[in-house]
Design a protein around this ligand. Structure first.
Ligand SMILES: [Zn+2]
Length: 228
C-alpha cells in the first residue's frame, strides 16, 4: 500500500480536510507531507492521488533531506552519541584525551583536534561501546552472532554476513543512542532474514518501535559517512 511505502521512507502523512477543490500536497519538512483534501474525499481517492504522485513525492523528499542535512562540524565541538562536548586543551595530558560527561567537555592534549584525531577518538569509543552493546542485545533477544567488528566504510553504517558476523561503522558514535540501537537491531535481525523485504521490515518495526525515526536520522546524516 502506498501509505505504508511512504511511511517506510520516513514520511509522516498529515491529512487535513479543508475548503479546497483539489487534493494538494505540500512538504512541511523532509519527514512531513501535508495533504489538504476537500471534505468529501474518500480514503481510496487519497491513495490514488498518492500513487500517481509517488515518484514526485520521493524525489522531493530526497532533495529536502539533502537540503536539511544536519551535518555540521564545529571546530571546538566534539559530538559523541548525539551530545555536544566542548573541546578544551590541557597541555598536561600526554597524547590522550578524556571525556568529562558531567560538564560536557572533551579535554585534550592536542591544541587542534584534527580529523584524524577525531576519527581515533570515535574508533576508541566505538570499540568500547558498540561491540559490548551488540552482544548484550543479541543475548537478550536470542540472536546468534559470531563476531562484531568496527569498520569505517564510506557508504554503509553496518553489515551482517550469513555466518553472523556483524560490522558496525565507528561513525555511528556520532549518532544519538536510539539511532545506534536501531542499527544494532537492524543488523541482528539480518542474522535471521538476509534482505529488506516486507517480512523483515515488519519484524524490525516490532523489534524496534523507533525504526522510522532512526531511519530518517540516518538519511539526514548520510554525509557523515563521507566525512572522515
Ligand atoms: Zn540491512
Amino acid at each position: 500500500m502506498i501509505r505504508n511505502e511512504l511511511k517506510q521512507a520516513g514520511l509522516n502523512l498529515i491529512i487535513k480536510r479543508k475548503k479546497v477543490k483539489h487534493i494538494n500536497l505540500r512538504f512541511i519538512t523532509a519527514g512531513e507531507l501535508q495533504i489538504s483534501i476537500p471534505f468529501t474525499t474518500t480514503d481510496q481517492r487519497i491513495d490514488e492521488a498518492l500513487q500517481i504522485k509517488r515518484d514526485w513525492i520521493l524525489k522531493c523528499q530526497q532533495l529536502l533531506i539533502e537540503k536539511e542535512s544536519k551535518v555540521k562540524i564545529k571546530p571546538d565541538i566534539f559530538i559523541l552519541m548525539g551530545e555536544e562536548f566542548h573541546i578544551e586543551y590541557d597541555p598536561l595530558l600526554i597524547n590522550s584525551c578524556k571525556i568529562d560527561k558531567i560538564n560536557k567537555k572533551l579535554i585534550n592534549s592536542f591544541k587542534i583536534v584534527s580529523d584524524t584525531h577525531r576519527a581515533q577518538i570515535y574508533k576508541y569509543y566505538a570499540k568500547e561501546y558498540l561491540i559490548a552493546r551488540t552482544f548484550q542485545y543479541a543475548q537478550r533477544m536470542g540472536f546468534k552472532i559470531n563476531k562484531v567488528r568496527i569498520r569505517g566504510q564510506k557508504t554503509l553504517w553496518g553489515t551482517c554476513s550469513h555466518s553472523g558476523n556483524i560490522s558496525l561503522n565507528w561513525k555511528l558514535m556520532i549518532a544519538p543512542e536510539f539511532v545506534i540501537d536501531y542499527l544494532i537491531f537492524h543488523e541482528l535481525l539480518h542474522t535471521r532474514l538476509h534482505n529488506h523485504g516486507a517480512q523483515y521490515k515488519k519484524e524490525l518495526r516490532q523489534l524496534y518501535p523507533r525504526t522510522d525515526e532512526a531511519e530518517l536520522w540516518l538519511k539526514q546524516h548520510s554525509q557523515l559517512l563521507k566525512l572522515y
